[in-house]
Design a protein around this ligand. Structure first.
Ligand code: PMP
Length: 427
């Protein structure tokens, strides 16, 4: 049992010593002291089903013993910077990762976060093409450093600092978008940005396969292949941001882009890759990767032995425990049940997503699609009281994000839906 500081104590310290920008969802924030598989435990030993942890960190479940052993064993042997000496951990993981990617995508550069991975991917594209212009999609999230904040396209995640060279394409959002589910019409906007907003050549196009922070938005069918086509014709590279949709989460495929039938030039990843250990990666072709030899490029801890040992363990666990298949089976079941709730409650405007990357959008008026922001927070808070943690996202803050660890069971899924049902029935 837990004998550490209480939540109140931690909160007081946090208020005094941590940046005031740090946020928490709940009216009375949780003091989480332990995690096991898809469950979290608070200071009183109360168990919560963690239906959001998957996105934050964990794809194999909290504190998976294989990943923990890999981390502990490697820590006892050696932790150091990656690049100065030979060490098998980074090379073994790079090889295993390459084995998961299609085509000639087989050269990795490791980072400590998704932001860093996307910063690097965008720079590589600019160096390779000699162009500066990058196209990203409105409502996307790609990071919060200089370049990636430019690519991120939601005002709520931007500060008023210089963000040069990124054009934001119309969001191919089947629920709220201008052209419904007509992917080709949205893709025409990418072509028009190239025609009217650039010299005719671009460095890159960057996109998530399913927008995560933006509220689990699936891109309209046919959009990505058409957009990739325009970008490739304009000499640009296509970057797939798999920070949220990668590592088997979408169930049908290992990578989110695969279900769109496209072949990116660069793939970026983070979050689930290390099951909670800070790790990110940029994977590209040997030819494109060569541009980084034009100068010196160094990242002290990117791909260090401990983090890459964790990464390799994660890939093995996904395989051994058939987590992709589980994401597909449990995710399909969960989505089916959420759709039943949608028929029952007017407040649910949309249910969407794939595998264990699902979204539920709340609206107070189905015709006008008026965001039910207050209700969203209320339901989240009530579900927490019932022992279920879910996430929230979308520009209007009215979309539940259900992105659990991939070891989530059907029983967990039922518990999530039952808790949501009960909460909605009492509003
Ligand atoms: N890309 C996507 C799709 C993300 O969701 C995030 C994080 N929310 C990032 C990039 C940035 O990752 P990090 O927070 O590790 O910098």
């Amino acid at each position: 049992s837990y004998s550490g500081p209480s939540g109140d104590h931690v909160l007081a310290k946090r208020r005094e010593y941590l940046s005031p920008s740090i946020m928490h969802f709940y009216k009375s924030p949780l003091n989480i002291v332990e995690g096991k598989k898809q469950y979290l435990f608070d200071e009183n030993g109360r168990r919560y089903v963690d239906a959001f942890g998957g996105i934050a960190t964990v794809c194999c479940g909290h504190c998976h013993p294989d990943v923990v052993s890999a981390i502990v064993d490697q820590t006892k042997k050696l932790q150091h910077s990656t690049v100065l000496y030979l060490n098998h951990a980074v090379a073994d993981f790079a090889e295993a990762l390459a084995g998961k990617l299609p085509g000639d995508l087989k050269v990795a550069f490791f980072t400590n976060s998704g932001t860093e991975a996307n910063e690097l991917a965008m720079m590589i594209a600019r160096l390779y093409t000699g162009c500066h212009d990058i196209i990203s999609i409105r409502n996307s999230y790609h990071g919060n450093a200089g370049g990636t904040m430019g690519a991120t396209a939601q005002s709520i995640w931007k500060f008023n600092v210089v963000q040069s060279g990124v054009h934001h394409a119309v969001n191919p959002d089947p629920y709220r978008g201008l052209f419904g589910s007509d992917g080709a019409k949205y893709a025409r906007d990418v072509q028009e940005i190239i025609n009217f907003g650039t010299s005719g050549n671009v460095a890159a196009f960057i996109s998530e396969a399913i927008q995560g922070v933006g509220g689990i938005v699936e891109l309209a069918p046919g959009y990505l292949p058409a957009a990739y086509d325009s970008v490739k014709k304009a000499g640009g590279l296509c970057i797939a941001d798999e920070v949220q949709s990668g590592f088997a989460r979408t169930g049908s495929h290992f990578w989110g882009f695969e279900s769109h039938g496209v072949q990116p030039d660069i793939v970026t990843m983070a979050k689930g890759i290390g099951n909670g250990i800070p790790l990110g990666a940029v994977v590209t072709t040997p030819e494109i990767a060569k541009v980084l030899t034009q100068s010196s490029y160094f990242n002290t801890f990117g791909g260090n032995p401990v983090c890459t040992a964790a990464g390799l363990a994660v890939l093995k666990v996904i395989e051994k425990e058939k987590l992709q298949e589980n994401a597909f089976i449990v995710g399909s079941h969960l989505k089916e049940r959420l759709n039943v709730l949608k028929d029952k409650y007017e407040l649910i405007g949309d249910v969407r997503g794939k595998g264990l990357m699902l979204g539920v959008e709340l609206v107070t008026d189905r015709e006008l699609k008026t965001p039910a922001k207050v209700e969203t927070l209320h339901v989240m808070d009530q579900m927490k009281e019932l022992g279920v943690l879910i996430g929230k996202g979308g520009y209007y803050g009215n979309v539940f994000r259900i992105t659990p660890p991939l070891c989530f069971s059907k029983e967990d899924a039922d518990f999530v839906v039952d808790a949501m049902d009960y909460t909605l029935s009492r509003m």
